[in-house]
Design a protein around this ligand. Structure first.
Ligand SMILES: NC(=O)c1ccc[n+]([C@@H]2O[C@H](COP(=O)([O-])OP(=O)(O)OC[C@H]3O[C@@H](n4cnc5c(N)ncnc54)[C@H](O)[C@@H]3O)[C@@H](O)[C@H]2O)c1
Length: 331
């Protein structure tokens, strides 16, 4: 049987709990691949991972390989094919008597974490490792990790698939369609309320989604607001942040990168900008992406961008430039 070595940080958290069985069950990597899991947590809660390990064992998956628990990224990151960096310090936590509310503080605290994690993965993970940052602020965390990973053959991404899935769900509801009828959904920019879900370049049965919907007022008001604010709406309703759908989006991203992207589709994640669409180089930015037969991820080029879309893309670009400025000492 083939094997894949997968590292998950924040593995004892909510998303981690929803993620692990789906990584191990054969659903993600296939029924012919053994999944070895390296689970990483902060030292205070690493013992909880033993409970996750026992549950995974009790699921009885043929595809489950080894499960090892770590609190040290250097030890955990050896020979890793895939790293899902879910762990991060949430807004509102109190550290050294100070409640962390400001974005700049949050960026700096998480920046320290992603500096170390990036170095460990750059030095120890496989040359063709793929790394997906889920922990917020995901794009800027990924930028810090990628910079300190300093390993050009590895691929760093920040997750925007949850936003893309949310956008597809709203369109499917509006048009009474199946989700699978909606293709080529792009989330431009930051995984934050400034992200821009693009219905001009999304397709419904081969036609532009915005043309199919034919209701610009709905697109510019309800649709945009619902997708951009969905995370908050879930927290308000559930009293906790989205975990099942976030884990599902992480699984979708992994699946999207392990096989060639179908001709009639693409997927959404944030990767290091190469200057495409005039996005400044050196930002981790949400783009439409394709994967080739060798597993190489590339940005889909030359899509038309309307003036309205450009305004939205400029906003989210500015937010990422501001975030980058806040952590410039860490780069
Ligand atoms: N990109 C997205 O679409 C998306 C969607 C939902 C949530 N998120 C983010 O995902 C993150 C995790 O969410 P959650 O609901 O699972 O949170 P959670 O608080 O339940 O779990 C986070 C876990 O990370 C661990 N952790 C913190 N620092 C760590 C470190 N340095 N190394 C290893 N583990 C560490 C914590 O101990 C905790 O167990 C949050 O930052 C959340 O904002 C992102």
């Amino acid at each position: 049987m083939k094997e894949v070595n997968v590292l998950v940080t924040g593995a004892a958290g909510q998303i981690g709990y929803a993620l692990l069985t789906r990584l191990a069950s054969g659903e993600t990597f296939g029924q012919d691949v053994k999944v070895n899991l390296n689970l990483v947590e902060v030292p205070q809660v690493v013992s909880r991972l033993e409970g996750s390990r026992m549950e995974l064992e009790d699921c009885g998956f043929n595809t489950l390989g080894t499960v090892k628990n770590f609190s040290d990224m250097n030890e955990a990151s050896g020979d890793i094919d895939w790293a899902l960096l879910v762990g991060s310090i949430p807004r509102g936590i109190t550290i050294n008597g100070k409640k962390i509310e400001e974005r700049a503080d949050l960026l700096k605290i998480n920046g320290g974490i992603f500096t170390e994690q990036g170095k460990a993965l750059g030095e120890n993970a496989k040359a063709d490792a793929k790394i997906l940052v889920v922990g917020n602020p995901a794009n800027t965390n990924a930028l810090i990790g990628c910079t300190h990973g300093n390993n050009e053959s590895q691929t760093w991404m920040a997750m925007t698939a949850l936003d893309a899935n949310r956008a597809k769900a709203q369109v499917a509801n509006k048009c009474n369609l199946d989700i699978s009828d909606i293709k080529k959904m792009t989330i431009w920019g930051n995984h934050s309320p400034t992200m821009y879900p693009d219905l001009d370049n999304a397709e419904i049965k081969g036609e532009s989604a915005s043309g199919w919907i034919n209701d610009q007022n709905w697109i510019e008001s309800d649709f945009l607001r619902i997708v951009q604010q969905r995370g908050k709406a879930i927290i308000d309703a559930r009293g906790a942040s989205s975990a099942t759908s976030a884990a599902n989006a992480a699984i979708d991203t992994v699946k999207a990168t392990i096989k060639e992207t179908p001709e009639d589709d693409w997927f959404s994640a944030a990767v290091l900008s190469d200057g495409s669409y005039n996005v400044p180089e050196g930002l981790i930015f949400g783009f439409p992406l394709k994967v080739d037969t060798n597993g190489k991820v590339s940005i889909v080029k030359d899509l038309p961008i309307s003036d309205y879309a450009q305004e939205k893309i400029d906003l989210t670009t500015q937010e990422l430039l501001d975030e980058k400025n806040d952590i410039k000492d860490l780069l």
